[in-house]
Design a protein around this ligand. Structure first.
Ligand code: ADP
Length: 233
C-alpha cells in the first residue's frame, strides 16, 4: 500500500466516523460525524469531561480505529491499512503534544527533540542539527543543552512541541496543551501555536478551556458523543 499523500486533499476527512466501545454495556463514545480539516487550518475541539474529545483525538491520531464510517488522512483511507502501515503513517504524519510533557529527565532539550528522528532513521549529527534548529524555532535557542529539570513549565512545553515538529508532521495534535500552565505561560504557548499556524502548520487542539478554544479559526464542540461545528456569532 502506498503511503504517499494525495495532492490537494484535506489533511483530515472523517466520513461518518464514530466509535462505540463494545462493553458490555456498549458505550457510544462518538456518534458518526463528518469533519474536514484543510491544510494549514487551526481547529479547536471543546467539550466537557467524558464528552468524547479523547475518542475523537485518538481516531484522528490513528490510535483508535472508528467502528463506523471512515477516516482519510492526507487523502488516504486509513481503514485499508495494515497495523504496521498505520504505525508508520502515525510516525511520519502526526505530531502529538500532551498535557504532561513526557520528556526524558536525563537527556538535554536537544536530545529529547532529536529522539523523534531516531525512529525516522536520521543519523546523529543531522538529528542534533535539526533538533537545534527546531528549538530555535520555538524560541529556545539558548536552552538547547539544558536538562528538563532546569527548565520552566512553559519552556518544557515548548520542548514538547519542538519534539514532534522536528519530524515535519502533516498535523500537530495537542491534547490539553495548556492544562498545567499558568496564565502567562498559557498566553505565550498560544502565541507559539499562532506562529506555527501562520507558518502553515495544520493544528488540532483539544481543550476544555473556552479561552484556548477561541484561538482556533474553527471550533468543534462535542457533547455526549455528538460533535458539532460551532458557527461564529
Ligand atoms: P473526554 O476526552 O471528552 O473526557 P472520552 O473520549 O475519554 O471523553 O470518553 C467518552 C466516553 O467514552 C465516556 O463516557 C467514557 O467513559 C467512555 N470511554 C472512554 N474510553 C472507554 C473504553 N476504553 N471503554 C469503554 N468506554 C470508554
Amino acid at each position: 500500500m502506498s503511503l504517499h499523500q494525495a495532492a490537494g486533499s484535506p489533511v483530515i476527512e472523517l466520513r461518518g466516523a464514530g466509535l462505540t466501545y463494545p462493553g458490555p454495556p456498549p458505550v457510544e463514545a462518538l456518534q458518526p460525524c463528518h469533519l474536514t480539516v484543510g491544510r494549514g487550518e487551526f481547529v479547536t475541539i471543546v467539550g466537557p469531561s467524558g464528552a468524547g474529545k479523547s475518542t475523537l483525538l485518538n481516531i484522528i491520531g490513528l490510535l483508535d480505529i472508528p467502528t463506523s464510517g471512515s477516516y482519510l488522512l492526507d487523502g488516504l483511507d486509513t481503514g485499508m491499512l495494515r497495523e504496521a502501515d498505520r504505525t508508520s503513517l502515525r510516525g511520519q504524519r502526526i505530531g502529538f503534544v500532551f498535557q504532561s510533557f513526557h520528556l526524558l529527565p536525563h537527556r538535554t532539550a536537544c536530545e529529547n527533540v532529536a529522539l523523534t528522528l531516531v525512529y525516522q532513521g536520521v543519523g546523529r549529527k543531522e538529528r542534533m542539527a535539526r533538533a537545534s534548529r527546531t528549538l530555535a524555532r520555538v524560541g529556545l535557542e539558548h536552552r538547547v543543552d539544558a536538562l528538563p529539570t532546569t527548565l520552566s513549565g512553559g519552556e518544557r512545553q515548548r520542548v514538547a512541541i519542538a519534539r514532534p515538529l522536528v519530524g515535519q508532521p502533516s498535523l500537530l495534535l495537542c491534547d490539553e496543551p495548556t492544562g498545567n500552565l499558568d496564565t502567562a505561560t498559557t498566553a505565550s504557548l498560544l502565541g507559539l501555536l499562532d506562529e506555527l499556524h501562520s507558518d502553515g502548520m495544520t493544528i488540532v487542539v483539544i481543550t476544555h478551556d473556552l479561552a484556548v478554544a477561541a484561538r482556533g479559526e474553527r471550533t468543534i464542540s462535542i457533547r455526549d458523543g455528538v460533535a458539532r461545528e460551532r458557527v461564529p456569532v
